[in-house]
Design a binder for this molecule. Structure first.
Ligand code: ATP
Length: 286
């Protein structure tokens, strides 16, 4: 059969997802752009994690189809999916006593056959994942003795060691201090630009999303409110409408990407403490 670009990567077609009787997502059409960094953004409870879990094959849609490289995800084994799609869940848990290196080595599981021996390629992938996340020196430490940010980097390293073409990351910057957040965003952007990875990341920081992602998908109430390049999605009108918050969009003075500044507090709270001047500069309330 002739394969086309449409057969490569992940795509949801007419997907509905429910927890029991509550329908969370309906009529979702989302073709994940191959070789792009897509940021999934939206208010709390808008369905970001739910959609990510469905794209990872962890939730079976009530209706519609999710395709991986043209094949129905529901027809593929967990191991087959894991060779192609790496997943960083939100708040993952690990058994007590597991060291960072043990965890990272788990990332190689999808590449091992039943009696397959640990290979040099496995070692190299783990070493590289530890180095990329800057946690080589923590390799022997049990996970439960680490700070939240160190633990989060260990989980990211495990996902990297999996060496998949597609990575689905649910709030990867959770627990990370600002410097490590920026480092991680650079790392993701580099993996996409230099290694052709496809990344979908749930992000709460709209400005980081607009700065580093090449595409944004903004959700509201389980539906796509807007999708496209950050400059297309990050408009004052869309952000205000989706988040119910008046905002001003200025140009990020460093990256040149759209940057969202909340323009006012709720009217009940009185006038804003800070107002945005015409040139995008902050002026204090007098
Ligand atoms: N396991 C579950 N069982 C029942 N309802 C759930 C479950 N997980 C999520 N939900 C509900 O589904 C809706 C979407 O949740 P989801 O976690 O996908 O949102 P989100 O956009 O990722 O939110 P947040 O930004 O707060 O992480 C919410 O109303 C939530 O209460």
């Amino acid at each position: 059969m002739l394969r086309t670009d449409a057969d490569q990567g992940l795509a949801a077609e007419g997907v509905a997802i429910a927890y029991g009787r509550s329908l969370i997502v309906e009529g979702l059409d989302l073709a994940v752009a191959p070789g792009a960094f897509t940021a999934l953004v939206g208010p709390n409870g808008s369905g970001k994690s739910t959609i990510l879990r469905a794209l990872a094959g962890q939730l079976v849609p009530k209706a519609g189809t999710i395709r991986l490289d043209g094949r129905n995800l529901s027809d593929l084994s967990a191991k087959k999916i894991a060779r192609r799609v790496g997943v960083l869940a939100q708040g993952p848990a690990a058994p007590e006593g597991l060291t960072v290196l043990d965890l990272v080595r788990q990332g190689r599981y999808p590449h091992r056959s039943l009696f397959g021996r640990w290979s040099e390629a496995d070692d190299r992938a783990c070493a590289e994942a530890l180095a990329l996340t800057g946690i080589d020196d923590l390799a022997a430490r049990p996970l439960e003795n680490l700070s939240g940010g160190q633990r989060q980097r260990a989980w990211i390293a495990m996902t990297l060691a999996q060496e998949t073409g597609i990575m689905l990351l649910d709030e990867p910057t959770t627990f990370l201090d600002l410097a490590h957040q920026i480092e991680l965003m650079h790392l993701i952007a580099d993996l996409v630009a230099a290694r052709g990875k496809t990344v979908v990341a749930v992000l709460h920081d709209l400005n980081q999303a607009a700065r580093y992602a090449t595409r944004m998908v903004m959700l509201k109430g389980g539906k796509i409110a807007s999708s496209g390049r950050p400059s297309e999605v990050m408009t004052a009108e869309t952000v205000s409408q989706v988040f119910g918050l008046a905002v001003t969009i200025i140009t990020d003075p460093v990256a040149g990407t759209p940057m969202c500044i909340p323009a006012a507090r709720s009217p009940a709270d009185g006038p804003p403490l800070l107002q945005i001047g015409h040139e995008g500069t902050e002026t204090s309330r007098s």
